[in-house]
Ligand binder design. Structure first.
Ligand code: SF4
Length: 198
């Protein structure tokens, strides 16, 4: 049975910066289990704004003349796995290219989307070197780091086998000394982009 609603964080369309080479609609999911000190989306990391999935579908369709795809972002879209899966499956059925932005805390949710062939692009945000992750996300959240490492491992494999067409790792620079070290955690085949902290 499809999910009927999601905790909504916002909508932008068209965007040409959220998926390289594409004009897309971006749906922001509200809520995030991390607490990055530099987060520029704190206003949507908590609270409730329940909206129907049909409303989100309508917004995407209203903007389809100017877009060829949709990106689900946040917050952390994989925290609402049921709503995310419902929207990804619907968007693929409608002929959109589908992307997600994630911090990688829920590898099983990501792998399920890949297995169902309803995601074409994943942008994985790496926060730091593995040992210094707690500096960014908070000491009390350090237990998620193995899950993020698992997401990087599995996504790299899916990209190598072409089960995932497009993949990139994004690093938001909070310490320039770490950029090379974060890059070295990622296989050379995987595109790596550096973002300025806002
Ligand atoms: S993972 Fe993203 S949305 Fe969540 S706290 Fe960090 S920067 Fe903010």
């Amino acid at each position: 049975m499809d999910c009927k609603s999601l905790n909504y964080g916002g909508f932008v369309s068209p965007s040409t910066v959220d998926w390289p080479g594409r004009s897309v609609s971006v749906v922001f999911f509200r809520g995030c289990s991390l607490n990055c000190f530099y987060c520029h989306n704190k206003h949507i990391c908590h609270g409730i704004d329940e909206r129907s999935i049909d409303e989100i579908k309508s917004r995407i369709e209203e903007n389809s003349i100017l877009t060829s795809g949709v990106v689900f972002s946040g917050g952390e879209c994989t925290d609402q796995s049921w709503a995310l899966k419902t929207l990804c499956l619907w968007a693929k059925d409608m002929g959109y290219a589908v992307g997600i932005h994630t911090s990688g805390t829920s590898p099983s949710v990501i792998y399920d989307l890949i297995r169902r062939k309803c995601v074409d692009f994943v942008s994985l945000d790496l926060k730091s070197t593995w040992d210094l992750y707690p500096e960014v996300i908070g000491q009390n959240r350090a237990s998620v780091v193995p899950w993020i490492r698992e997401s990087l491992r599995g996504l790299t494999l899916a990209y190598e086998t072409q089960d995932l067409k497009e993949f990139r790792v994004a690093y938001t620079v909070y310490n320039t000394d770490l950029t090379g070290l974060v890059r070295s955690q990622v296989e050379p085949i995987v595109p790596f982009v550096v973002q300025e902290k806002r």
